[in-house]
Write a protein that binds this ligand. Structure first.
Ligand SMILES: [Ca+2]
Length: 464
């Protein structure tokens, strides 16, 4: 269902002087409901049976109930509201399209994990309500328009996306939370204990895609620095103690000293203990803003086209760098950043001292995962901003003059050279700054992806 008003078609508009400047003006509103059954398997409504090995049940073949029935499954329902405005100036040589959208998806088809004692790992449910909202904008400009000389067109678009979890099924937890981590807010309650909150996971009012880590404040330069920040510190994550506690812990089995070259973690609640309460959200896997722009410059038979795109606001966990500098298995190749790790002659750095098997010693890099590739609970140092601008395409095209090609029976012919994925401008240190949406270990993790291939093509296009 949609309505639009072509104001420039109205009599009063045509009669007014402003119609000479504003050539298009159209406010729009739309509302619609869509259904979706993507993500639902063939037998989710009916449940499933599987075979137990081959004749292993007293010499016979047996079957067991391997998938739960959910006869109440429904389609997902998306309600979209959109408000927009098209506006054009000077015979539409400059035009804008603005849109605001708000899409609420109800009855999301989601697999709900089940406790092991049920005998099942999960059940397909209509889990909750998610809202996506944002702005979209497009600009088109015909800056130069000389049929015998220069022409120049520019287009640009931008869209911002945010998501919010609106509703989850009742499960007795505050905000019907599923998963996530309990951390300290940094404030104390009246009785002196820590005020806590839940981050990441899924909860009503929360966002999808949050990344959680221990915040690296800096690398301890020397003993003075260790004593200044961590003299009486206990690190419960890796069983480390500060120099002031040496009398108590030195030589105690399973305990190691905090030394220069180790990470100075942020102690959120200031209790002198580093533990799970000292974790925080360090980013989100989803870009906040994406878009692109293109420009076409023409002079007679020659044209130059360039197309850029960008994404801003997403964070990537650079597991490849963490794994190499943490030497979780001791057999990985070492990246060149190892030269920047802390040593007695290189104390001003943001990379901890290079140890073998970080997960078995100081846990300066992989904090609570024992060296597994996992998105959360690592050092914040390896969560990198993925902001980038890419030159996606650059094409130089020359249309051969008609007088030449008509002699050999062609109607159109051009030669061109085109390059794709020519460069990124980014601060991300891995091979590709694009959001890691689909890797072996899940979204947001760069565990060694292939770079986007850079290609250069020379071509000849002929029409007879
Ligand atoms: Ca603490």
């Amino acid at each position: 269902m949609s309505v639009g008003w072509n104001i420039m078609e109205e009599r009063f508009w045509k009669d007014s002087k402003i119609s000479g400047v504003i050539s298009n003006l159209k406010p729009r509103l739309s509302y619609g409901v869509n259904g979706n059954v993507n993500g639902i398997g063939n037998f989710d409504v009916y449940g499933a049976y599987s075979q137990v090995g081959a004749k292993t049940y007293g010499g016979s073949t047996a079957f067991y109930n391997s998938g739960l029935v959910n006869t109440g499954l429904r389609w997902e329902q998306s309600q979209s509201f959109e408000a927009g405005l098209d506006i054009g100036f000077l015979n539409n040589r400059l035009s804008f399209i603005f849109d605001y959208y708000n899409r609420t998806t109800k009855d999301l088809l989601t697999k709900q994990a089940l406790p092991g004692y049920t005998g099942f790992t999960e059940i397909m449910t209509n889990m909750g309500t998610l809202r996506n909202y944002g702005f979209e904008m497009e600009v088109r400009a015909n800056i130069l328009n000389n049929p015998k000389g220069l022409t120049w067109d520019v287009t640009a678009n931008l869209s911002s996306v945010a998501n919010k979890i609106v509703k989850l099924p009742y499960n007795g937890n505050p905000n019907n939370r599923v998963g996530g981590y309990e951390v300290a807010t940094g404030r104390k309650k009246a009785d002196g204990t820590d005020e806590t909150k839940w981050i990441a996971g899924r909860q009503e009012g929360g966002k999808l895609g949050e990344l959680v880590a221990y915040k690296q404040n800096h690398i301890f330069k020397d003993w003075d620095d260790v004593k200044k920040y961590a003299n009486n510190r206990i690190d419960e994550v890796a069983n480390l103690y500060g120099p002031g506690l040496a009398a108590q812990y030195a030589g105690k089995e399973g305990w190691q000293p905090i030394e220069p070259g180790d990470v100075c973690w942020e102690d959120i609640n200031g209790d002198g203990v580093i533990n799970g309460y000292d974790r925080q959200v360090v980013g989100n896997i989803f870009p906040k803003v994406t878009g692109g722009f293109s420009t076409t410059l023409g002079y007679k038979n020659l044209s130059l086209y360039a197309r850029f795109d960008y994404a801003l606001g997403h964070t990537i966990y650079n597991d490849l760098a963490a794994r190499s500098l943490g030497q979780y298995q001791g057999s990985f190749n070492i990246i060149k950043e190892v030269k920047k790790t802390w040593s007695e002659t290189n104390t001003d750095t943001d990379l901890p001292a290079f140890y073998y098997a970080d997960q078995l010693s100081k846990k300066n890099i992989t904090r609570s995962n024992n060296g597994l590739t996992a998105i959360d609970n690592n050092s914040s140092r390896f969560y990198e901003k993925g902001d980038y601008l890419a030159l996606r395409e650059l094409t130089l095209n020359y249309n051969l003059p008609k007088t030449w090609i008509s002699k050999v029976g062609m109607t159109d012919a051009s030669v061109y050279v085109t390059g794709q994925n020519l460069f990124y401008i980014t601060g991300y240190t891995g091979v590709s700054p694009e959001p890691a949406v689909d890797t072996t270990y899940g979204r947001g993790i760069d565990n060694g992806r292939y770079p986007t291939p850079r290609t250069v093509l020379f071509g000849l296009s002929v029409t007879f």
